[in-house]
Write a protein that binds this ligand. Sequence first.
Ligand code: FEO
Ligand code: CA
Ligand code: CA
Length: 652
Amino acid sequence: MSTGVHEPLLRLGETFEEVMARRVGRRSFIKGAAAAAPLLVVAPTALAEPSGADTATRPLGGSNGLTFKTIPLQSGEQVVVPPGYRAAVVARWGDPLHDGVPTFDPLGQTPIQQAQQVGYNCDFLMFFPLPPEHRGRRGRFGVGWRRRGLLTVNHEYTNPELMFEGYNPESPLEEQVNIELMAHGLSVLEVIESRETGWEVRRGSPFNRRITAATPILLGGPVAGDAMVKTSGDPNGRLAFGTLNNCGGGITPWQTLLTAEENFNQYFANNNALPESDPRRAFHERYGIPGDASARRWELFHDRFDVSKEPNEPFRFGYIVEIDPFDPHSFPTKRTALGRMKHEAATVALSRSRRAVVYSGDDERFEHIYKFVSAKPVSHVRGHNRDLLDEGILYAAKFNDDGTGAWIPLIAGQGALADWTQAEVCINTREAALVSGATRMDRPEDGETNPRSGKVYFALTNNTARTTPSGDAGEDAANPRQPNPHGHILEITEQDDDHAATSFTWEVFILCGDPDEPADGTYFAGFDQSNVSAISSPDNITFDRRGNLWIATDGQASTFGANDGIYAVPTDGRGRGFLRQFLSGVMGAEVASLVLAPDQRTLFVSIQHPGEGSTLSDPTGPSTRWPDFGAGPPRPSVVAVWRERPPFHIGA
Ligand code: FEO
Ligand code: CA
Ligand code: CA
């Protein structure tokens, strides 16, 4: 509870539970701590890992059906999974999508080839089932058909220093830049279960599609047609060219993909060329557009990335983009009503009145958490939902220190936004949220809804700049650690369990770190920390159908000196907080996304930027040539993980 007087976060001798109870001062936290107490009397053997390889049919005490053998932190060049599980690459950078496309040749790469191959730096994954293919044989799972679906893969960004031999960042070649443009965006891939390799891409499938940094994309919602998004290439302000830095995402109830444009600022240059009196200059500064040259130098070859020549072009990026993966000829649309930010996540839930509610984060230190509530209900007729996300109310979250919270509507003409237009709100969303009193968070990344409880979970990756309790973001119980190098996860309960509610309560679910390091001040929902895994920088999350939370990390190389990984943790019952590591990624890589197939038998995982920190020419640092280990470059890839024996389910 905020007293208005500065209190130290930790008092000598206090347990973390006592600190949280004092600071948060609410019944729910005390209740959570008390509920956890009986765990302390459970015999250690009941909580210990099963010994030996896949003993997985025997449930662990408090594991909520999560029976895998915990793996330790790793630092090698291979994906590591527990005994009894297998991992294999499904798709890697450069794999051809269509018949007749040449095999990947890193020395002979062209933009046209790249536009027909899997792009770079795999990120958000989503799986859309297709009717199974009958093959007249018994498949691996004892049925006469092979599972198949559409796997969508974001390609967040490029590492040209790992793509091209002798790449010169000061002076890239035009061909290299154009290959990079084509390596951005996302892929839609038809994938089919393979007896030999787990899953493979069906090359030549009519569903296969690349969307790149040059694909025409409609602007929808309040920003469409506004003067601020008109450019010489699009004088009507209704058609953007490409999508950039696609990081997180989501799936709608009507089976379209939402993909989130995150760090779009890095592609633009020369904001300082705009006069100080031009309000666009401050808008661009707020989003981190460089004052002079960009690090990528795309502006050397494409005027639209030079703000001095096209000052409105950055206003056309930073949105949630909706794509119909089942129609390869459909136009994607940027849904500007959901605001413009370094978008992370676009997790859709249905409200009690069947409104589509889209949760999103703005992944920068001290930025905000948002949700959008559609004006109209979701229709059972798919086509009726086509532009549903163009109209509704955008909210930003305010977390009160007493464990309550409010969703603040960002509506032009109201409150602090009295002088704004809605197009301005949807373009300069960060400032709209700030002046409206939203809470400044520790890098809000992914949000997900628990299929069992309906609660909403948000991963806050980390924030080393939150250096004092009353620092530039103010004292804040929802971001309770200063600094916060390991991040945390919040659990939000909407009022009346209605996702359209304008108020909520919240808890800290996990404060990440090494439980063996008292200085980390870790907290695992009150669970006995002697058996949990060390975890840092929670980034992307998903749920299995029993309500266990699966967490991918981004940053353990710098905090633990170890590879990023995937962890699973029950959110309910006596195992609530019993977090354990399931998978380890590859040296230099981030585990950027994870999604379970609906039947829970495959976990698809993105291994992003393997070898980052080294270059192709100079293998000093975390160098790897994963997954091929030949003379060629490392290749960001999607990996499928499955369990080799019954009951096959990965999620509990
Ligand atoms: Fe692209 Fe916020 O990670
Ligand atoms: Ca997710
Ligand atoms: Ca990420």
